[in-house]
Design a binder for this molecule. Structure first.
Ligand code: SF4
Ligand code: SF4
Length: 64
């Protein structure tokens, strides 16, 4: 399982990028995207998904 960023909700604030323990979040094509191959839903690192925890916009970092 992986998380995804809902592009229409993302304000491109960048808060999530450096919180990811797997460096799965990157800026591309004017928005931030999560590489599903790298996202582990933070398992083994944190109790909660860090991108969703820091994102100021509700329902923007959500499960695929
Ligand atoms: S859920 Fe965790 S591992 Fe997946 S993109 Fe968000 S911060 Fe990174
Ligand atoms: S924290 Fe949320 S609004 Fe900010 S760049 Fe990441 S997904 Fe977009």
């Amino acid at each position: 399982m992986a998380f995804q960023i809902i592009v229409d909700n993302c304000t491109v604030c960048g808060a999530c990028e450096f919180e990811c323990p797997n460096a799965a979040i990157a800026f591309a094509d004017d928005t931030y995207v999560i590489d599903p191959e790298l996202c582990t839903e933070c398992k083994g690192h944190f109790e909660t998904e860090q991108c969703a925890a820091v994102c100021p916009v509700p329902e923007t970092c959500v499960p695929v």
